[in-house]
Design a protein around this ligand. Sequence first.
Ligand code: TK8
Length: 338
Amino acid sequence: MKSTFKMVSTTLGLLLAAGLMIAPASAAETRTIKVGIGLNEQSPQYTGLLKFKELVEKESGGRFKVDLFANAQLGDDTKMMTSLRAGTLEMTCPSTAPIAGLDKKWMVFDLPFLFPNEEVADKVLDGPFGQKYLESLPSQGIIGMAFWENGFRQLTNSVREIKSPADLKGLKIRTMENPVHLATFRGMGANPTPMPFSEIFSALQQKTIDGQENPSTTNFLQKYYEVQKYTTLSNHFYSPFVFMYSKRLWDRLSAEDQALILKAAKESAVYQRQVNRETMGKAVDGMEKAGMTVTRLTPEQHNAFVEATKTIAQQFEADFGADNLKTIRDEIAKAGNK
Ligand code: TK8
C-alpha cells in the first residue's frame, strides 16, 4: 500500500515540475493595467476611464485590475507616450497634436476648422481614414485602440476681448507642441508658446503667457477663470484623443485578452464622447458665472477666423501628405452629406 502511495505522489510531483499540470485557478495572478492622463478626476476623459476600468475588470472576472493616474502624475502627454514605447506604462490618452512628434502625418487632424461638427468628426475618425491612422501606430511602439474626444478648442486670455484675428496681435498664447498649432496662431499675429498642459495654470497666473486654448470643459475644470478674463468660443481646432496601449506590453497579452481590452476601449469611447458633449454648455455657463466675458462669434466674425487660417493646410501638405489631406476632405464631405 505504502509503495503505491509513494509511486503516485512521486509521479504527481514529476508532472507538476514538468508543468504538465496547471496550478489551481485560485492561484491565477491579477495583472494590473496602469493608465495615465493629464486632465483631472472631474474630466469627461477620466469618467470615460472609469467606464473602461469597470468593463475590463468585470469582463475579465477580476484577472485584470485597472489603475488610473490623473493630473499628469505620470508626466505630460509626450512623456507618457515615451513610457508606452519603453514598455514602462500600459496606457495613456493624448490629443493627436503631440503624436505628430512621432509621425508628421498626424498633423492633418490639427488643421484649423477641419471638422464642421462632432457628428462628422465621429464618422471620419471611426471610418476607414481614422482607422488607417490607428493601424499605423504599431510602427511607433503603440497600439491605437480608439478615438476619444477632447473637443472643439476655445480661446481664453487675460488681456482683451477677442472678436477678430487682429485682436490676437502680440498676445502670448500657449499652444500644444505641434507645428500646425504654432503656425496657425503666428499667422494671426499672436506669439504662440508650446508648453506641457500641466504648466499652463501657473504660467497664466505668473503672466508669462496671456492666454491658452482648450475645450470649454477643460478651461472650466482647470479653473482658468481664476486667471483669465475673456473666452472666445472660436472652435478653431477639433482635438481628438487617441486611447492607446504600449505595443511591448500588448504583445505579451493573449489574443483573447487583447480582444477584451480593445472591446472595452471602443465601448468606452462612445460613452466618453457623450459625456464630453453634455458638459460643454455647463462649463461655459460656469465660466460666465465666475465672471469671465464669454464672446460668441457671429457667422461673419467666425468666417474671418476661417479666412485668416485657410493657407495653413497648404503650408503643411508636405508633412502630412497631399493625398491624406485630399482623402480626409473627401471623407468629411461624404460624412457631411449623409
Ligand atoms: C491633457 C492634454 C490636454 C490638451 C492640451 O493631457 O495639451 O492642451 O488639450 O487635454 O492632452
